[in-house]
Design a protein around this ligand. Structure first.
Ligand SMILES: Nc1ncnc2c1ncn2[C@@H]1O[C@H](COP(=O)(O)OP(=O)(O)OP(=O)(O)O)[C@@H](O)[C@H]1O
Ligand SMILES: [Mg+2]
Length: 286
């Protein structure tokens, strides 16, 4: 059985031994990748297995494993091991943010805690040269089901870009999810951290409103429709939302830590506790 190497040589992230999954249950199978819950090495895991071994799907699959393994952070779900055909992640019990929003919008306190948790993860990714490029409520798990900062887990590096990997695997192929994708991403720009900040802005909007800002996402992305839903939530959050959602990248917050500070300041202006000190939530690049 062949194996591949992680973005830097991290022996415990790669092995040629095939995964020995037990108690597996099929969760989904799409785009040539099967997702299962299972037990592995004595613990519950989430396994992604490549089922169509075509060169393009294999390249994307291995890229996803390498990028996800390249950052360690408490709020990012990285693989325990990357096998030739299977990526093994710790299983996170909980609900996706999408499932949570399907039961109703969040108040400003919960919405800004969740956005803060996502931004803490994003700041760690960006510090390692990784742009996620598919941030949306489907790709955020709330561990234990709570809409809190510390419950956030960012998943799914299937669209991500790493400045430390030579190949931009997604050039000219899959792009992202229209409602959450920045206009420049739609036009083919890859790897700009400000595209992730746009997506966090949409995510915060969606948390507060129960729906993303542009009903006609393709019309907005292609520049044919500027019609945005009214800004949701308290007025203290409107400046942050407006700046994240601007078409012009230069007008967005300059970085994930800058946006984190803005969200935290908006919380304080609303009489809520500031977000945790971001330096206590640093990640590690592998
Ligand atoms: N580590 C995990 N623990 C528990 N559930 C997970 C984990 N990772 C992913 N999931 C669940 O599986 C779903 C799909 O995973 P992921 O987003 O990584 O794959 P995907 O390529 O987007 O697949 P799909 O097209 O099926 O959404 C997630 O939306 C989430 O519900
Ligand atoms: Mg996903």
């Amino acid at each position: 059985m062949k194996h591949f190497t992680a973005v830097t040589d991290v022996p415990d992230l790669t092995t040629s031994t095939p995964p020995d999954l037990t108690d597996w249950q099929l969760l989904s199978e799409r785009g040539g990748v099967r997702c299962e819950s299972a037990r592995w090495a004595g613990r519950p895991v989430f396994a992604k297995t490549l089922v169509f071994d075509r060169p393009d799907s294999r390249a994307r699959f291995e890229h996803e494993g390498r990028v996800a393994a390249s950052v360690r952070h408490r709020l990012v779900v990285s693989p325990l091991r990357c096998f030739h055909d299977t990526l093994i992640y710790p299983f996170v019990p909980g609900v996706t943010l999408r499932e949570r929003l399907d039961t109703g919008a969040l108040g400003a306190d919960e919405a800004t805690e969740v956005a803060g948790g996502v931004l803490a993860a994003v700041a760690a990714l960006h510090a390692c040269g990784v742009t996620h490029q598919d941030l949306k409520p489907e790709n955020v798990i709330l561990a234990g089901g709570d809409a809190t900062f510390a419950a956030v887990r960012v998943i799914d590096f299937g669209m991500s870009h790493s400045a430390r990997l030579p190949l931009d695997i997604h050039q000219g192929t899959r792009m992202g999810t229209p409602h959450f994708m920045a206009p420049e991403q739609f036009l083919g720009v890859r790897g700009d951290p400000r595209s992730d900040l746009y997506s966090v802005g949409v995510l915060l909007f969606d948390c507060l409103a129960g729906a993303p800002p542009f009903e006609d996402a393709f019309g907005w992305l292609s520049g044919l429709n500027e019609c945005r839903a009214p800004l949701p939530g308290p007025a203290e959050l409107h400046d942050v939302l407006t700046r994240c959602l601007t078409r012009d990248r230069a007008q967005r917050p300059a970085s994930a830590p800058a946006l984190y500070a803005d969200v935290s300041a908006a919380r304080e202006a609303m009489g809520l506790e500031a977000l945790p000190d971001l330096t206590a939530w640093a990640g590690e690049c592998r």
